[in-house]
Design a protein around this ligand. Structure first.
Ligand code: B12
Ligand code: SF4
Length: 521
């Protein structure tokens, strides 16, 4: 195969930005797969340049002028930037491919702007694509492996890419690792609800940890496992065997039901400094938090006791909450969250709105069948903009509750209480920066603006009420402002998408391989 010049772009930011939060933390939110793909391409003898985009870099200048093939890794919120970039790169003769959450959720839309759209990706799929390396226009090829890769290149093989990214993180430097893929649970709204749990090799993980400890004085590792702790004993044994207790600081996402006091003690012993348990709803998903049939204030008290217990051992706890679920109605879900904050002031609350990301989860088909999914431009789809018509709320009512609760959660007095309740320096200051910069000024400003538009702009209301699919001027102008120079490269029609594409395509099957909704490889 011809030696190719390959570019890989990891879009951490969705547009140029200079916020303090992104400056301090942006480089710590990189994905593992761009590094993995870079390593696989190099193994094949190609020249590879990996660019991590945190909103400050000159994306085009950092790639070689004569680049042959570019992979772009993108979340849906960065899809429009990725479409503009693909357009620029194609105009310069490159072949383009997209992978990551957007490609998995909205393949039909991405096919319009890329030569290849990749779902589950393993080494042989990458080889196949590079062997083909040709234009597929106007309709890109959608290809997927039948499951996640069985193994991934270790930290030592990815080190040169990791090291370069770490240089961009001025204060806190975090290395992402994976010990498993998929999840054994099946929460209907989640992208992993139907992806089988797949543990990765424990010996390889031990190797990764040992290698890191040799390279970095006191490494910080963020486990990107969708649900860390499924194999709790084995993971803890591996960490204890590989490195002295407390020599690496760890961060992990885990369901509350897996976090008993004994386990949390063991996590502390092994250096876990941040945990991100999902609470989701006070009225739903009792299985996940092990609160069974308890709902409302009973569940608040029970969860709060458990979170306070965790905070006695782990200095940073982010609790994840979802609003707008069909089981929620009236002010109660919001008021109960405020009571939870009163009872657990040390927790940092992260709020998501119910979002149906294209074909991420089977539940999305139900929302599409019920015609409840709105075509909000991708630029706003990051769990902050609910894209499903709420079952039990009028939009204005929903935003009133949301604004009130966000104000309460990030008021100066609540930020101070959180600061006082956190025991360690870095978590304390991260909470302050995050509370003020992204959550307070960023989200609250956005929610207030949406409410204002809903009250004052008839076209805006009509869009939210599904009386028109025309994207409101406010959204168009915001995208234009955010994208800056990339706006001019956005292909015609890219800000609109078919919110029911998954439903439309769900009956289509490849005639050769029988895989639903995938082109023949
Ligand atoms: C770990 C994680 C994070 C971490 C790390 C993020 C990161 N950059 O990877 C943190 C906490 C920082 C994070 C933040 C956010 N996240 Co997140 N996160 C996850 C989580 C739990 C696991 C993702 C993961 O690494 N899986 C392991 C990898 C190996 O599997 P995979 O992602 O499925 O990838 C496969 C293929 O997609 C493909 N692939 C993946 N990347 C690439 C890249 C290339 C180039 C190629 C060719 C292929 C390829 O190969 C893989 C192997 O088959 C998922 C939920 C889930 N259960 O998957 C949500 C998820 C990805 N996050 C989500 C969201 C919305 C966010 C935020 C926008 C939330 C917010 N409002 O801040 C931010 C955005 C951060 C950013 N821009 O970087 C959504 C994305 C939906 C979408 N379509 O955009 C998900 C799906 C959760 C959800 N709500 O449903 N997240
Ligand atoms: S436990 Fe978490 S990762 Fe697993 S299916 Fe439920 S939401 Fe998804």
């Amino acid at each position: 195969m011809k030696k190719l010049s390959i570019g890989i772009i990891d879009l951490v930011a969705k547009a140029p930005t200079k916020t303090m939060w992104m400056r301090i933390m942006g480089a710590n939110f990189v994905s593992i797969m761009p590094q993995v793909v870079a390593t696989w391409c190099e193994e094949q003898g190609h020249d590879v340049t990996l660019v991590t985009y945190t909103g400050r870099e000159n994306l085009i200048k950092e790639l070689p002028a004569e680049v042959d093939f570019v992979f772009i890794s993108s979340f849906t919120e960065a899809a429009l930037l990725s479409y503009a970039l693909s357009n620029i790169l194609r105009s310069r003769g490159a072949i383009t491919a997209i992978g990551g959450p957007h490609a998995r959720c909205y393949p039909q839309d991405a096919q319009k702007y890329f030569d290849y759209v990749l779902g589950f990706t393993d080494k042989s799929l990458i080889h196949e694509v590079l062997k083909d390396c040709s234009r597929h226009r106007p309709h890109g090829l959608h290809l997927t492996a039948d499951k996640h890769p069985v193994s991934l290149p270790g930290v030592s093989e990815r080190w040169k890419f990791i090291e370069r990214t770490l240089r961009k993180a001025p204060l806190v430097k975090i290395v992402p690792l994976l010990s498993s893929l998929g999840c054994p649970y099946s929460c209907a709204f989640c992208i992993d609800s139907s992806v089988p749990y797949q543990p990765l090799d424990m010996d390889a993980i031990k190797e990764d940890l040992r290698f890191l400890l040799k390279k970095v004085k006191r490494p910080r590792v963020s486990w990107h496992d969708p649900n860390f702790g499924i194999r709790f004993k084995k993971s803890m044994d591996a960490i204890e065997e590989a490195v002295p207790p407390g020599s690496i600081d760890f961060i992990a996402e885990s369901t509350l039901s897996l976090l008993s006091e004994d386990r949390v003690k063991r996590l502390k012993h092994n250096g876990f400094k941040a945990l991100l348990p999902g609470i989701e709803s006070w009225f739903d998903m009792g299985k996940k938090s092990k609160t069974g049939n308890r709902t409302g204030m009973d569940k608040v008290k029970m969860v709060s006791d458990q979170v306070n217990m965790i905070l006695r051992y782990i200095p940073y706890v982010q609790t994840n909450h979802i609003f707008g679920l069909d089981g929620d109605e009236g002010p109660e879900p919001f008021e109960l969250t405020k009571r939870f904050l009163d009872l657990s002031p040390g927790a940092f609350p992260a709020y998501s709105m119910l979002s149906a990301f294209g074909q991420a989860a089977p539940l999305n088909l139900e929302f599409q069948r019920a015609n409840r999914v709105l075509p909000f431009p991708f630029h706003f789809l990051s769990n902050i903009q609910m894209n499903i018509k709420p079952k039990n709320y009028q939009w204005l009512e929903f935003y009133d509750h949301l604004i009130d609760m966000t104000k309460y959660s990030f008021s100066p007095s609540m930020i101070l209480r959180r600061f006082m309740a956190n025991g360690e320096t870095i978590p304390r200051w991260l909470n302050i920066v995050r509370g003020f910069s992204s959550e307070h000024f960023g989200r609250l400003k956005y929610f207030k603006e949406i409410r204002r538009q809903l009250r004052t702009d008839r076209n805006f209301q009509r869009f939210f009420e599904q009386e028109t699919a025309e994207i409101p001027k406010y959204f168009v102008e915001s995208i234009k402002n955010d994208l800056g120079e990339f706006w001019d490269w956005l292909p015609d029609g890219a800000i609109s998408h078919d919110p029911n594409a998954y439903l439309m395509s769900s009956n289509k099957t490849c005639p050769h391989c029988n895989i639903p909704n995938v082109d023949a490889a």
